[in-house]
Design a protein around this ligand. Structure first.
Ligand code: ASP
Length: 454
């Protein structure tokens, strides 16, 4: 029975079992105020507990609090159809050959209208059914590499993706699309940016905030935009998502400078500290910069350098932080510590002793800032200078998560501490900017376009 109650936990599950109900049953539910009729749906893993969910006749889903239900009965059954109709993805001679490496997340989900089942849409045939415009852009092959929400991504997943991309790029593919959950998409785009040396083709990470069954879904538009960028000359790891609340274009973000900034808005990703690399609209790309690696398959042989040190501590400074946390990481044999400090790159003097111990024990300590925007400036205040004197390395404009990924990657590449420090301070994949770019703070692309500033 529990197999049939996917996503239901504790009280709600007990309630459904007691009433002998299973998924796809058509049920009538009475509460003190209303009566509903609809199909009992599975729930997402992360849905709120204590509710059941049904699809009403009018196709809307409602969640009903179990405690409010006064009567529930089964009045019929619906059969689940898990398959999206497959249509042959047409191949057009001369079109770019693109491979889509599916990893999961909302962008991979689609709801079966008749039953409400959430199903992945990932074979080329299914994708063609769902987003037929893709066939006007490229010849597409697809592979499901993982089927996970991105909060479950780890370095091993990045490594596997990087190896697959290396093989595909060197075997003549024109571009790669990686549909991915949005939550940790910025970590993956940064990791792939560091891992893929001399990348010869575009690698585009893409997601969606709303699954494709919802009228407001951004999945199709993001996939079309991603496919357009995957067929371009941008031989870098980029992240492509909707760019404004008007939802009519996508922005192309560099993989090491991008952050998810809103839990639910569709234009949730922004380039931090710079303006995006470009935009994509109606299958046309407009670049805002010429500073990117251009595709040149003849010269560049892609190499995946995937070794990654997993023992990296990520310490977000807060007023109550004590030395204990840092001693813990040292005692556990961690090799690197990423600090997300305050302002220009500070932490309280009361934890200096622990930081000093970490550095004495050859742990690399990298400072970034919680402010997100701007460079750390550790020469400005005495507290910053003292940390520099101890040997804390300044992460310049890198966001904490990018610093974390780079630290793990660098310590995977070399055991030699001096080499690691040098590599950490080298601009590998556009993560370091030369200077502050004033218009990058709170940029408004619509405005910049209107004022002819980009
Ligand atoms: N939690 C989901 C994930 O990151 C959200 C999404 O897919 O956008 O996989």
């Amino acid at each position: 029975m529990s197999e049939n109650l996917k996503g239901y936990k504790k009280d709600a599950k007990k309630f459904l079992i007691e009433h002998n109900l299973k998924l796809w049953d058509i049920i009538k539910v009475e509460t003190k105020t209303t009566t509903y009729e609809g199909i009992l749906l599975p729930r997402y893993e992360y849905s709120k507990a204590g509710f059941i969910e049904i699809k009403l006749e009018n196709n809307y889903n409602v969640g009903i609090k179990v405690d409010d239900i006064t009567k529930i009965e089964k009045i019929g059954e619906k059969e689940a159809k898990y398959k999206i109709p497959e249509k042959d993805f047409p191949k057009t001679k001369g079109f770019p050959e693109i491979t889509l490496l599916g990893t999961g997340g909302t962008v991979a989900s689609r709801l079966d209208y008749t039953t409400g089942a959430v199903i992945p849409a990932f074979s080329p045939g299914e994708l063609f059914s769902a987003v037929p415009e893709l066939a006007d852009i490229c010849n597409l092959e697809t592979e499901i590499v993982f089927k996970i929400f991105s909060e479950n991504m780890q370095a091993t997943h990045w490594q596997q993706l990087a190896h697959q991309i290396e093989t595909l790029a060197n075997s003549g593919k024109d571009g790669i699309i990686i549909p991915h959950g949005t939550d940790t998409m910025g970590y993956t785009s940064a990791a792939l940016s560091f891992m893929l040396k001399d990348l010869s083709i575009p690698v585009v990470v893409v997601g969606s905030q709303r699954s494709s069954d919802r009228p407001s879904s951004d999945a199709a538009m993001n996939l079309i935009n991603a496919a357009t960028v995957a067929t371009s000359d941008i031989a870098e790891v980029t992240l492509v998502m909707l760019g404004s609340s008007s939802h009519d274009y996508g922005l192309i973000h560099r993989g090491t400078l991008v952050r998810k900034l809103h839990t639910s808005y569709r234009h949730t990703f922004r380039t931090i500290d710079d303006i995006p690399m470009g935009m994509v609209q109606n299958r046309t790309i407009r670049m805002f910069t010429d500073n990117y690696h251009k595709k040149d398959k003849k010269k560049r042989e892609t190499t995946a350098l995937t070794d990654f040190e997993k023992k990296i501590g990520f310490i977000y400074f807060y007023p109550g932080l004590t030395s204990e946390m840092i001693h813990y990481y040292i005692d556990k044999g961690y090799k690197g510590l990423l600090l997300a400090g305050t302002g220009l790159g500070h932490v309280a003097t009361r934890i200096y002793d622990a930081i000093e111990r970490a550095i004495e024990e050859d742990i690399l300590v990298l400072m970034t800032s919680q402010t997100l925007f701007g460079f750390v400036g550790m020469n400005v205040y005495s507290t910053g200078r003292e940390l520099l004197d101890m040997g804390v390395l300044p992460g310049k404009n890198m966001m904490p998560e990018v610093g974390y990924v780079k630290l793990g990657w660098v310590l995977g590449q070399t055991d030699n501490l001096e080499d690691a420090k040098k590599l950490l301070m080298t601009n590998i994949a556009g993560e370091f900017l030369d200077r502050e770019i004033p218009i990058a703070f709170n940029y408004d692309i619509d405005r910049l376009l209107k004022d002819n500033l980009i």
